[in-house]
Design a protein around this ligand. Structure first.
Ligand code: RIB
Ligand code: CA
Length: 314
């Protein structure tokens, strides 16, 4: 089977870094066409620098990185240094990037790449606020039927939210962009916090990466230790959800992910619930079941596949 062609849209972020290296560590199954960056966890200049550094860490200085939207469609950008640190990937020290981001804007590159590819060939994976993909769909709606799938980390339902009581960070930062994507008619698969909170990374698993004795593993361990230092007010164990890694995890071991096809719409009007993913779990609205809502993860299979992907990296 030819590897599945994907675009990774990201706001690194330590968990984005895990997702990026997970995908890049499985080149026989996933072909990353390019990385697009967005303002999210930290401002765009930093997420773009981080994406350049992380792709080089994985031995992929050949991979193009395109800077995208610095802020959401309507709201002002709200960042999350309190989780990820000032750099966005605190916990590791990486060499300065050896190459710049490409000149083309991420949204323009995304549109051009999808329009130039055969229909149904490209999957867009969003790991941050969905501003770039939302803007691309508004700018060129013809990309929508050409997409194979949109797989995103974001949202929540029974777990509520992590940015507000009602909303998960990626959706909350840019609810309008998320609404464009969820309403687009494209096949959307959502790894919400209900899913990612069943993919809890343990300190012991992080330590086990040490056996890989690689620069990638060393950086991943450092990032994990920083990332896992946040959240003791939320979690009663040292384990932490490695949110974004569930996106490549779903693409690589789909059988490890429970799911339910539901209607999902994005709340955009109330200051209390803006960014909420309203999941019609019992199909009571009769609305189109536009979203594959991922659920419980078979964590041993997921973490085993991620470990094996990391083992291929320099
Ligand atoms: O809510 C978790 C999401 O917000 C992850 O993508 C994390 O990187 C942050 O962007
Ligand atoms: Ca992210």
């Amino acid at each position: 089977m030819a590897p599945r062609k994907i675009i990774i849209d990201t706001d690194p972020g330590q968990d984005d870094a895990f997702a990026l290296l997970f995908a890049l560590g499985a080149p026989h199954e996933l072909e990353v066409l390019g990385v697009t960056t967005v303002g999210g966890n930290v401002p765009l200049a930093r997420t773009t620098r981080n994406a350049l550094q992380l792709t080089e860490l994985a031995g992929r200085a050949d991979l193009p990185v395109f800077a995208g939207c610095p802020r959401p469609m309507l709201k002002r950008l709200q960042t999350a240094e309190y989780v990820h640190g000032e750099s966005g990937i605190d916990g590791c020290t990486l060499p300065a990037p050896s190459r710049p981001a490409r000149d083309e804007h991420a949204v323009n590159w995304m549109v051009r790449t999808i329009m130039d590819a055969p229909e149904g060939e490209i999957t867009v994976c969003t790991l941050g606020p969905m501003t770039n993909l939302g803007m691309a769909m508004v700018m060129e709606p013809r990309i929508i039927p050409r997409l194979r799938e949109v797989v995103l980390m974001g949202g929540g339902y029974f777990q509520g939210g992590n940015a507000t009581p009602a909303a998960e960070f990626n959706i909350w930062v840019d609810p309008q962009a998320a609404s464009v994507v969820f309403d687009s008619g494209a096949p959307v698969t959502m790894a919400s916090i209900d899913c990612t909170w069943t993919a809890m990374m343990t300190p012991a698993w992080v330590r086990s990466l040490g056996a890989l004795k690689s620069a990638s593993a060393e950086a991943l361990i450092g990032m994990a230790e920083f990332y896992m230092s946040y959240g003791s007010h939320k979690f009663d164990t040292p384990d932490r959800p490695i949110h974004d890694a569930c996106v490549p995890g779903y693409l690589l071991v789909p059988e490890a992910f429970a799911f339910r096809q539901c209607s999902v719409v994005i709340e955009t009007r109330s200051p209390e619930t803006e960014g909420m993913t309203v999941v019609d779990w019992w199909h009571s609205t009769g609305r189109a079941r536009n979203c594959k809502v991922l659920g419980k993860v078979d964590a041993p299979r997921f973490f085993d596949r991620m470990y094996r992907a990391f083992a291929t990296l320099p």
